[in-house]
Design a protein around this ligand. Structure first.
Ligand code: HEC
Ligand SMILES: [Cu+2]
Length: 359
């Protein structure tokens, strides 16, 4: 959009659906600021000359030092115009913000773990990479991100999007790449001595190339499969019933949990999202599911962040609407029945959940 001489570029390439919207808003901000800066600079000089100090005989005959004719209209004008302009900026900016913060329901999911000083990336199909992110073009991509140590920030300038990556929490970021190519990843939050080296590359590929890349990638099975192995290895299955339709009364059945609303003892109910599952594993005391005893041990220190993501992915894959591990997206998880059900009933209902073997 901006004219630039060859070789000199003020803007990174724009390679996502949101990029042109961000650039247009930015241009509007810059042009508005430039216009008013010039206007004010001009008026400063103009009025300095016009109202310079003069002797009484030189004053124009109609000068009325006490009065202020036309002041009201002038004040209304210079209040309403900036108000209008700033409301345009606010509404425009907010709409882009909302678009950027709401991943489309059928986005492809990828997990990112930030660490001093590298990006570790896990694909649901099992492939893993460091400081590289391979994705197909023209697909909505949703990153679920966390940090092993300090605050980082995952920034892809060509996609005009970034989000903080926080320890102890999951944050998300989404984009839809529009052009095959390679783009920079930066950490955009100062995170220690080698912060500037915490960089990487996004490879946006044709779907076919991406499929080939994925197929070459993993020998360890999908994330959900690895999560299931971890689930068994850590003994989660000794307590939590592994059969869809089973309720042993002591521990909640995790099938169909993801995306539902969970009643919590002595606290407001919560939505079972990634963060809730993570917290349930690390800090089981924080929120006790209504109707159950506080007997789950903490697994803090026993599971890495990447392991936690695999467990989350496994529990998500047990979701009611998802036949495959890739299906479950937040917000998309709804039971089809018309009557409102409690989470417990929902999880017990055989129609609402798929047997684990159907994946
Ligand atoms: C000693 C038995 C026991 C073990 C082992 C255990 N849990 Fe739990 N878990 C419970 C009980 C009881 C609850 C419900 C009370 C609570 O919220 O703490 C629960 C709650 C949960 C919840 C929240 C469920 C809901 O309906 O909202 C999740 C998620 C969970 N556990 C995952 C795991 C995972 C993953 C593991 C293995 C790393 C595990 N649990 C190991 C007993 C256990
Ligand atoms: Cu960093």
């Amino acid at each position: 959009m901006f004219f630039t001489p060859k070789g000199l570029s003020f803007f990174p390439e724009s390679a996502s659906t949101i990029a042109s919207h961000v650039d247009a808003l930015y241009a509007f901000l810059v042009l508005t600021s430039a216009f008013f800066s010039l206007l004010i600079a001009f008026l400063v000089v103009f009025f300095a000359i016009k109202y310079r100090k003069r002797e009484a005989p030189q004053l124009p005959p109609d000068t009325n030092i006490a009065g202020h004719g036309g002041g009201l209209i002038l004040e209304i004008v210079w209040t309403v115009i900036p108000l209008g302009l700033s409301m345009i900026m606010f509404v425009w900016g907010a709409s882009i913000f909302f678009t950027e913060s709401r991943p489309p329901a059928d986005s492809m999911e990828i997990y990112v773990t930030g660490k001093q000083w590298m990006w570790k990336i896990q694909h649901m199909e099992g492939a893993r990479e460091i400081n590289e992110l391979h994705i197909p073009v023209n697909r909505d991509i949703r990153l679920t991100m966390t940090s092993e140590d300090v605050i980082h920030d995952f920034f892809v300038p060509a996609f005009r999007t970034k989000a903080d990556v926080l320890p102890g929490k999951y944050t998300t970021e989404w984009f839809r790449p529009t052009k095959v190519g390679q783009y920079h990843i930066f950490c955009a939050e100062y995170c220690g001595t080698k912060h500037s080296g915490m960089i990487g590359t996004v490879f946006v590929m044709d779907q076919n190339d991406y499929d080939a890349w994925l197929a070459a990638g993993s020998g360890e099975g999908s994330m959900a499969e690895q999560g299931q192995a971890l689930f068994n290895q850590l003994g989660c299955g000794n307590c939590h019933p592994s059969v869809v339709n089973n309720n042993n009364g002591r521990c909640p059945n995790l099938h169909g949990l993801f995306g539902t609303t969970v009643d919590i003892k002595d606290q407001p109910s919560v939505r079972a999202d990634e963060s809730y599952i993570r917290e349930s594993i690390l800090y089981p005391d924080a929120k006790i599911v209504a109707g159950y005893e506080n007997i789950m041990p903490t697994f803090k220190g026993l599971i890495s962040e990447e392991g936690l993501l695999k467990l989350v992915e496994y529990i998500k894959s047990l979701g009611p609407t998802s036949g495959t591990p890739t299906g479950a997206a937040p917000g998309a998880v709804q039971t089809t029945g018309s009557e409102p059900q409690t989470p417990q009933q929902r999880r017990m209902s055989p129609q609402a959940v798929q047997p684990p073997t159907a994946r």
